[in-house]
Design a protein around this ligand. Structure first.
Ligand SMILES: [Zn+2]
Length: 292
């Protein structure tokens, strides 16, 4: 009977015992009782089992929640990264992409600029209003420009030296020579992508829309000016491999009068100009025209 009473007390204490809320003395009392009492021992085991099942359920719920939370967090992270990535791309695409293109074209151009002490450049004008072709020879600081005007059957050959220039004109029924003083020596190559600082590179990169295309089978970047009103319409085809301009298109106006769009194409040949190419024609065949 005494035991039964003890059992009741022990069983009342068990939940607190499991939750470790009971005192040391109570614990000793419960443990000693359970050693000798099968019934209470079973009840304790059953209670512990229940609690562990409950705990597992709770744990599962918690894991589920964490997983769900993590999933949401991951989606948020991915979205955030995507947005940042898109912003970077937008910023990089313009003007970063243009800056990279212009810088790479200028690097290539500089290689050819070093070889410009010997270069032949053929220039073709469209529509061929006045000049159909323009042959330019550059060798050792001397220039020769040959202009042909097919409609008038006239050819002009200009030789430019550091201190003077001579122009030989072959007309349909005449040959004239004029000699002039110091002439400005042209830079054979048009450096359209020139920049001298990161700032000018940045400004330039914002001045053009750059697309890709090809001209006569050569891969090009097409630069369209977007800056000043008067230069809008300037379009440059610059060869990807060389950085050299292959074509320019620009509206032309003379004294404010619109003269339409002129396209100029350039063909280059480096290191092929010979002394013979630079040879002047026989001056005795020409009538010397006095300076005015
Ligand atoms: Zn008992």
């Amino acid at each position: 009977m005494k035991e039964k009473k003890d059992c009741k007390i022990v069983q009342d204490l068990l939940p607190n015992y499991i939750d470790k809320l009971t005192s040391k003395e109570t614990n000793t009392y419960i443990e000693e009782h359970i050693k000798d009492c099968n019934e209470c021992q079973k009840i304790l085991e059953a209670m512990q089992k229940d609690i562990s099942v409950e705990d597992k359920k709770r744990e599962k719920k918690k894991i589920k929640y964490i997983k769900k939370y993590n999933h949401k967090l991951r989606i948020l992270k991915i979205s955030l990264l995507s947005i940042i990535f898109i912003i970077i791309i937008l910023f990089a695409a313009f003007p970063g992409r243009n800056m990279m293109i212009i810088a790479s074209l200028q690097n290539k151009f500089k290689e050819y600029e070093q070889q410009s002490d010997n270069v032949y450049i053929k220039t073709l004008y469209y529509p061929s209003q006045a000049i159909a072709t323009y042959d330019n020879y550059y060798k050792d600081g001397v220039e020769k420009h040959v202009m042909t005007f097919p409609e008038d059957n006239v050819t002009s050959m200009q030789y430019v030296y550091p201190n003077q220039s001579k122009t030989f004109v072959d007309g349909p029924d005449y040959k004239k020579l004029s000699i002039m003083g110091g002439q400005y020596l042209y830079n054979p190559l048009n450096n359209y992508t020139y920049y001298d600082s990161l700032k000018t590179l940045f400004v330039m990169s914002r001045s053009y829309d750059i697309t890709t295309g090809d001209l006569n089978g050569k891969a090009c970047y097409i630069l369209r000016a977007t800056y000043k009103k008067e230069t809008t319409g300037l379009e440059l085809y610059i060869e990807k491999d060389t950085g050299l301009v292959l074509q320019t298109t620009q509206p032309v106006s003379v004294n404010g009068e619109d003269r339409g769009i002129i396209t100029i194409q350039y063909q280059y040949s480096f290191g092929t100009v010979t002394d013979e190419d630079m040879q002047e024609p026989d001056a005795t065949e020409y009538t010397l025209i006095e300076d005015e």
